[in-house]
Design a protein around this ligand. Structure first.
Ligand SMILES: O=C([C@H](O)CO)[C@H](O)[C@H](O)COP(=O)(O)O
Length: 215
């Protein structure tokens, strides 16, 4: 099995805290995600800062674009994003716009299936348009209401689409093995790392668990 990537969700609103957290976990993660609240609050300068600080890390900007796909995402790809997210519920025209912007910059597009009614259909159509990643995502509010991403992950993985699968939504040490075995290629972790007494130690543990599960 190819080694799954670990994506650190940077969900603080504070610019300096975000950079400091990235510094702590950098040895253990593959992708820095600038989370949606964080990118809205801090804007494109944070993309530039992390790009400059970490030229060799993948940088995902969680725009969750809903409209004006090419126009909105284009600026973030130009600033150094490797991956931008677009909402599946935005519709195929917006998804196509983000994909067009990504291609222009030699970058990638992730479709976030959050709150999409027919996730299989959206994933299939997005792959046809050229998306490289589909994101199974139980958002923070849905998590608080008791939901998890596991059933959706299994359903999308079973389709066997030619696309990488990302999973997000409360993933922690106890559930890493389950999501790797279900076929996730990118494991997104936020609170289980930034909420831990030692984020670096939590990230190290998750790295070990992901690598062990992928053998
Ligand atoms: O994408 C996220 C959320 O919608 C806010 O933008 C989180 O970054 C994602 O859910 C990962 O965080 P955890 O669920 O805390 O692991």
């Amino acid at each position: 099995m190819a080694r799954p990537l670990i994506q650190m969700a940077l969900d603080s609103l504070d610019f300096n805290q975000t950079v400091a957290l990235a510094d702590q976990v950098a040895p253990y993660v593959d992708i820095f995600e600038i989370g949606t609240p964080c990118i809205k609050y801090n804007g494109i300068n944070l993309v530039k800062e992390l790009r400059q600080r970490y030229p060799d890390k993948l940088l995902l900007v969680d725009l969750k674009t809903m409209d004006a796909g090419e126009y909105e995402a284009g600026a973030f790809y130009a600033a150094g994003a490797d991956i931008c997210t677009v909402l599946g519920v935005s519709g195929l025209a917006t998804i196509a716009g983000v994909i067009k912007a990504a291609k222009k910059h030699g970058a990638e597009t992730q479709i976030d299936l959050i709150n999409v009614a027919d996730k299989a259909d959206c994933a299939r159509e997005s792959v046809k348009l050229g998306a490289q990643i589909v994101g199974i995502h139980t958002g923070l509010d849905a998590q608080a209401a008791g939901h998890t991403p596991f059933t959706d992950l299994n359903d999308i993985a079973r389709l066997g689409l030619n696309v990488r699968i990302s999973v997000a939504g409360g993933i922690k040490q106890a559930t890493v093995q389950q999501v790797v075995e279900a076929g996730a290629n990118i494991i997104v972790v936020g609170a289980a790392i930034y909420g831990a007494p030692s984020p670096a130690e939590a990230a190290r543990e998750i790295r070990e668990l992901v690598d062990a599960a992928a053998v």
